[in-house]
Design a protein. Structure first.
Length: 138
């Protein structure tokens, strides 16, 4: 149905906007030298991009791990995206959890900058796959 397609496309775009916002926040947090928070926002940028990809197929996950699993099944194992995209999302999630929950997180500037770069790569790969243009000003 055309209405379902339009709704799905709107949902995909909404998740990509959320991804762009999280990525912009990650850059601002890098500038503020808030390494753990930059990693957290970088992960959420990648997570929203993954959620957009899932929404493009009418898929929805209840948990972050569920989203990663569905993403791997429908996009990585099928060859639509390279395996390193899935591995990157998993690594970003681990880093985010460390930065958010460990009492003595070991995230330093280089790792935070790498996480933001990786999130940009995930978002770029998913945008390319979905045929979505980059956000204005991005």
């Amino acid at each position: 149905m055309a209405g379902d397609h339009d709704n799905r496309r709107g949902l995909v775009q909404a998740y990509l906007i959320q991804a762009d916002k999280r990525l912009a926040a990650a850059h601002a947090l890098l500038a503020a030298r808030s390494w753990e928070d930059a990693v957290s926002r970088a992960y959420y940028a990648a997570f929203h991009a993954v959620t957009a990809a899932l929404a493009s197929r009418g898929l929805e996950a209840k948990t972050h791990d569920g989203a990663r699993t569905l993403f791997a099944l429908h996009f990585v194992r099928t060859g639509l995206l390279p395996a390193d995209v899935g591995r990157t999302v998993a690594a970003l999630q681990r880093e985010r959890q460390s930065g958010d929950y460990d009492p003595f997180p070991l995230i330093e500037e280089e790792a935070a900058r790498e996480a933001v770069t990786q999130a940009e790569g995930v978002l770029g790969a998913i945008r390319l796959l979905l045929g979505e243009a980059e956000a204005p000003g991005g």
